[in-house]
Design a protein around this ligand. Structure first.
Ligand SMILES: [Fe+2]
Length: 197
């Protein structure tokens, strides 16, 4: 049986990591433009074929890692000083996304991803705790202060280089400058690979 790892983050040390970051930086205007203005949100999903075209090194690296065939999509994840990402788990009520491979695009050295666990005195939280809010056509996550009180911070990382993150854990992103990361998702998730790291 496959076990889901328990660690919150690991540096990826993948082939051509810096080249992939550079290609994401160069591709970002075109990726955002392809989504149009209706897609202003903390989490944007460009067409994967456009990502493959504009970030060719990512395909090469994932093939070397034997992860290309389970590569599912890329999310562009933004956070701002005035609009951090409050605590949430990635995924939906039917499917939690346990891990993602994140690349910094800009501002990530000024931001911190924090991980949380439920304090002992509380009982089980629902899988999905976040709610989206639409402000003037831009979609953000709404903080859930009632649930945040039940959590304690257990770890944190600055995604200044390619990094695997446990996105299925409760986590938040704060930032002192606008930041953008590319989050590569896999389906099915490569738990055997992650357990070998
Ligand atoms: Fe997340």
């Amino acid at each position: 049986m496959t076990t889901i790892p328990t660690w919150y983050y690991k540096r990826a040390n993948l082939p051509m990591g810096n080249q992939i970051i550079k290609e994401f930086q160069d591709a970002l205007p075109a990726l955002l433009q392809s989504l149009g203005h209706k897609e202003r949100t903390y989490n944007q999903l460009p067409d994967i074929n456009l990502v493959k075209e504009l970030v060719p090194s990512l395909s090469i690296a994932l093939k070397e890692m034997n992860l290309y065939n389970v590569w599912h999509r890329v999310s562009l994840v933004a956070a701002w000083p005035y609009r951090p990402l409050p605590v949430h788990r990635d995924g939906s009520a039917t499917k939690i996304r346990e891990y993602a491979l994140n690349f910094p695009i800009y501002g990530c050295e000024y931001s911190e991803t924090s991980f949380y666990e439920q304090k002992k005195e509380y009982s089980n939280l629902p899988d999905i705790i976040h709610q989206r809010v639409n402000l003037s056509g831009a979609v953000f996550l709404e903080p859930n202060t009632k649930i945040e009180k039940q959590l304690e911070k257990v770890d944190s990382v600055i995604v200044s280089e390619p990094t695997w993150l446990k996105t299925g854990a409760y986590h938040s992103v704060s930032s002192t400058k606008p930041r953008m990361a590319a989050s590569v998702r896999f389906e099915p998730e490569p738990f055997d690979y992650l357990n070998s790291l």
